[in-house]
Design a protein around this ligand. Structure first.
Ligand code: ASP
Length: 312
């Protein structure tokens, strides 16, 4: 039996102590603690990493301050279009969905796609029909509404700008990415990763970021690592970030730490891709690199207390 470990994120970006209230910080920390506990409870009982990452992400999706599930950002037409994916390192099985508007927990739909559809990736209204057929919880638009997200959308809705999560007009140059994700290694040595997002405020034309794209925002392979990304999706897609890290380990023999640092702190920076990721390798090593000011994150190794952090 291996020692289990798990890590989660709630997005990266311009997250600075000066922009945070003590109450808000406490709420974020409480949510991160709750989510990592949900995942680690499963791993502790000998459960699978795929169930653990799903459970941790559900907890983050249900928490309204993160841009996933309840609290997802508004599109240009005032709707919510959510994306999610999940991957199992044991057999490279994967599931993904994009542009779903009423699925309470998009990560569960991604898992259902992986297990029951015979496909990898379903999108839009048809994906919701698949959710309905599989008796997943659906919610009316009102469930996903939060005042904060609505205000963010009001600020930019008449412009051509799209915003990364709660970027504020008055805070030019700020970017926050509220996507959520989890990676885990279970006692059986199996890795898994999952990511879920509402995408970008005021997004148009069915824009989809890196989150549901296997290899870009999410990847897991028992031979190398499990990765979940957050950041400016267009860059993460073009840099195929999650798979790139796995490849550096597989083909060049890099350690998880060396591969993560190279991709996030060197390659992506030169490329202009702001954000970060969480990663676990087959030995249970954890890396949480980001090239922005902060990243909501937590990690837990078997027998140890969770480590929760927000800033650099
Ligand atoms: N990566 C996500 C996207 O581009 C955004 C985020 O990480 O918050 O849709």
């Amino acid at each position: 039996m291996k020692k289990f470990s798990i890590a989660i994120h709630g997005g990266a970006g311009t997250i600075l102590p000066a922009l945070m209230t003590p109450q808000k910080e406490l709420a974020y920390r409480t949510a991160l603690n709750e989510a990592i506990r949900q995942g680690s409870n499963i791993l502790e009982k000998g459960g699978s990493s795929i169930d653990a990452v799903e459970s941790a992400v559900i907890s983050l999706e249900d928490f309204p301050l993160f841009n996933a599930g309840k609290g997802a950002v508004f599109t240009n037409t005032g709707t919510h279009e959510m994306d999610a994916s999940i991957m199992y390192g044991l057999n490279l099985n994967a599931g993904a969905v994009s542009g779903v508007s009423h699925v309470k927990n998009p990560v569960t739909l991604a898992k259902c796609v992986m297990e029951k559809s015979g496909h990898v990736y379903l999108s839009g209204k048809e994906a919701e029909i698949f959710a309905e057929l599989n008796k997943l919880s659906l919610e009316a638009n009102a469930y996903f509404y939060t005042e904060e997200r609505f205000k963010q959308w009001q600020d930019v809705k008449d412009s051509d700008t799209y915003q990364l999560d709660h970027t504020d007009k008055s805070e030019q140059g700020e970017k926050k990415f509220g996507t959520v994700g989890a990676v885990a290694l279970d006692q059986h040595g199996n890795l898994a990763a999952a990511t879920s997002t509402g995408g970008m405020t005021n997004k148009k034309f069915g824009r989809v970021g890196d989150t549901p794209i296997i290899g870009a925002g999410t990847y897991a392979n028992n031979d190398t690592c499990a990765i979940s990304c957050t950041g400016h999706g267009e860059y993460f897609i073009r840099a195929v970030v999650a798979y790139d890290i796995s490849c550096l380990m597989e083909y060049k023999g890099l350690s998880l730490q060396a591969a993560c640092n190279y991709v996030v702190k060197d390659k992506l920076v030169k490329f202009g891709g702001e954000g970060g990721l969480i990663a676990i390798d087959k030995y249970g090593n954890i890396e949480l690199p980001f090239n922005s000011d902060g990243m909501y994150r937590a990690s837990l190794k078997e027998g140890e207390s969770p480590v929760i952090a927000i800033y650099k």
